[in-house]
Design a protein around this ligand. Structure first.
Ligand SMILES: [Zn+2]
Length: 98
């Protein structure tokens, strides 16, 4: 049996096996769009076996949480709006008083 045949056999038996490169690619792609079910299954299988990608997945999810939290802080988003609406009031009041 040649090396090529051997590799081919392994691939045929385990088509769900993906490399770390593929796994990290799927993980980062997952942040922007939904992966299809077979891709998700492949990733889950890889994460079950691979400590490094599991760690990478955790870190990305953690970062994502922080980013979402910062985005969801209302004061941070409305601060400028609040300020400008108050300024508008002040401006309109000063115009009325003139
Ligand atoms: Zn991996």
């Amino acid at each position: 049996m040649t090396q090529n045949n051997h590799n081919h056999l392994i691939k045929d038996k385990m088509p769900f096996m993906i490399s770390c490169d593929q796994a990290t690619f799927i993980i980062s792609k997952n942040q922007h769009e939904k992966n299809d079910f077979p891709t998700k299954m492949k990733l889950m299988l890889h994460l079950a076996m691979c400590l490094y990608c599991r760690r990478y997945n955790k870190q990305i999810k953690f970062l994502d949480k922080i980013i979402n939290k910062v985005k969801s802080i209302p004061d941070l988003n409305s601060f400028q709006h609040k300020l400008s609406s108050e300024q508008k009031k002040r401006i309109s009041n000063s115009i009325k008083n003139q």
